[in-house]
Design a protein around this ligand. Structure first.
Ligand SMILES: Cc1cc2nc3c(=O)[nH]c(=O)nc-3n(C[C@H](O)[C@H](O)[C@H](O)COP(=O)(O)O)c2cc1C
Length: 186
């Protein structure tokens, strides 16, 4: 098979599509919450439970997460695709994304940032470290509480028959899983 060259600076696109998450955060001074859409989120450790998000320094959320030292990773589904997309197109510097896009801020269990009620799962994180990775900052959060809608999580993994997560394909396109469950031979 002939392979085509990919510019090194676009190589990250070979690791797409990527699950889209909504990260909620808070301004510790005014208590005003914000939401940022994130495609670059990853588990980092099982025990201790650590999760990472990569945020560009120019984002308003970068300021909030650095100062509040916490954030919540919320898992959206296709039912709120338009709202999630808007949260990734407008800045909280000039917009109240919860009220303008019709998303509900609900108190979290441990952290001060709210969870997004319309999402099906939530990982409350306290910032334990941050690392500059080129043009992004890796925020490393320790998961201090995690919960999911009944039916969305089967006790071990996300229930893909019930929950339609979506994945970013390109700048302005998304896809879902076709629910095919593959069980490879050992
Ligand atoms: C699908 C999608 C994925 C995105 N992923 C990231 C990401 O991983 N990291 C990042 O810094 N920005 C990402 N963005 C851009 C931010 O969400 C966007 O700049 C947002 O408006 C920032 O909001 P804020 O200024 O209120 O923090 C993404 C946008 C979209 C639409």
């Amino acid at each position: 098979m002939r392979k085509i060259e990919v510019p090194n600076t676009k190589a990250y696109r070979l690791i797409y599509p990527r699950l889209v998450v909504l990260v909620s955060c808070i301004d510790p001074a005014t208590k005003k919450p914000n939401i940022i859409t994130i495609a670059w989120a990853t588990p980092l450790s099982m025990n201790p439970p650590l999760a990472g998000i990569l945020v560009a320094p120019r984002r308003y959320s970068h300021e909030l997460i650095s100062s509040a030292r916490e954030f919540v990773i919320n898992i959206p589904t296709v039912e709120i695709l338009d709202k999630a997309n808007k949260c990734g197109r407008f800045s909280g510097r000039r917009h109240d994304k919860f009220s303008e896009f019709g998303l509900t801020a609900k108190p979290a269990k441990i952290v001060k940032s709210p969870v997004i009620e319309e999402c099906v799962a939530h990982l409350e994180c306290k910032l334990v470290d941050q690392l500059t990775t080129g043009d992004h900052t890796l925020f490393i959060g320790e998961v201090v509480a995690a919960y999911a809608n009944e039916g969305a999580f089967d006790g071990q993994f996300m229930n893909i028959q019930h929950v339609r997560n979506f994945y970013q394909v390109s700048n302005n396109s998304y896809t879902t899983l076709n629910k095919e469950l593959l069980k490879p031979e050992l």
